[in-house]
Design a protein around this ligand. Structure first.
Ligand code: HEC
Length: 155
C-alpha cells in the first residue's frame, strides 16, 4: 500500500516536472536570448524600411501615415537595442554583429541614440512628400553607417 502511494507520488512529481519544464525554458530563453531578440528588432526595422524606401525611389505613392509608422518603429527599436548586446552575446545564434561593438560599446550606443533622435526629428519635420524627400535620407543614413562598422557579413 505504502509502496504504491510513494510510486504514485513520484510519478505525479515527475509529471509535474515534465509539464513545468517547457514553460520554464520558454520564459528563460525569451530573457536569455539577446541575439534572437536583437535580430527580431532589426528585422522589424528592416521591414519598416521597405515602404519609405519604395516611396523614395518613386516605386510607391507617398503615404504620410506609413512613413510615420516606420519612423515610430525606428524610435522604438533604437531604445531597445542597446540592452540586447550584453557581454557574452558576441557569438552564436548566427549573429552578424561585429566584435567591434563590444570594443566600442559607447560609440555603438551613441549611434543608436542618434538613430532614434534622427527618427524623432523626422517625425516632426516630415509633413508632405517634399519634406519626406528632404528629411528621410538623414534617417536612412544611420542604417548603412552603423552596419558598415558594426555588422559583419556571414560567410
Ligand atoms: C547603431 C547600429 C545600427 C543601426 C543604426 C541600424 N542597424 Fe541594422 N543591424 C545592426 C547590427 C549590429 C545587426 C546585426 C545583429 C545580429 O545579427 O546580432 C543589424 C542587423 C540588421 C538586419 C538583419 C536582421 C536579421 O534578420 O538578422 C537588418 C534587416 C537591418 N539591420 C536593417 C537595418 C535598417 C533598415 C536600419 C535603418 C533604418 C538599421 N538596420 C539600423 C546595427 C544597426
Amino acid at each position: 500500500m505504502l509502496k504504491i502511494t510513494m510510486k504514485n507520488t513520484a510519478l505525479m512529481l515527475l509529471a509535474g516536472t515534465v509539464l513545468a519544464l517547457p514553460l520554464l525554458s520558454s520564459s528563460v530563453s525569451a530573457q536569455n536570448d539577446p541575439i534572437a531578440s536583437r535580430k527580431a528588432v532589426m528585422k522589424s526595422v528592416g521591414g519598416a524600411m521597405r515602404d519609405p524606401g519604395q516611396m523614395m525611389r518613386g516605386q510607391a505613392p507617398f503615404d504620410l501615415a506609413k512613413v510615420k509608422a516606420s519612423l515610430e518603429t525606428f524610435v522604438e527599436a533604437s531604445g531597445k537595442m542597446s540592452a540586447l548586446y550584453p557581454k557574452g552575446s558576441e557569438t552564436g545564434g548566427e549573429t552578424t554583429a561585429s566584435p567591434k561593438i563590444w570594443e566600442a560599446k559607447a560609440d555603438f550606443d551613441a549611434r543608436l541614440v542618434k538613430f532614434g533622435a534622427d527618427a524623432k526629428e523626422a517625425l516632426g519635420s516630415i509633413t508632405d512628400e517634399a519634406s519626406f524627400k528632404a528629411n528621410f535620407p538623414k534617417v536612412g543614413q544611420n542604417c548603412g553607417s552603423c552596419h558598415e562598422t558594426y555588422r559583419i557579413e556571414k560567410k
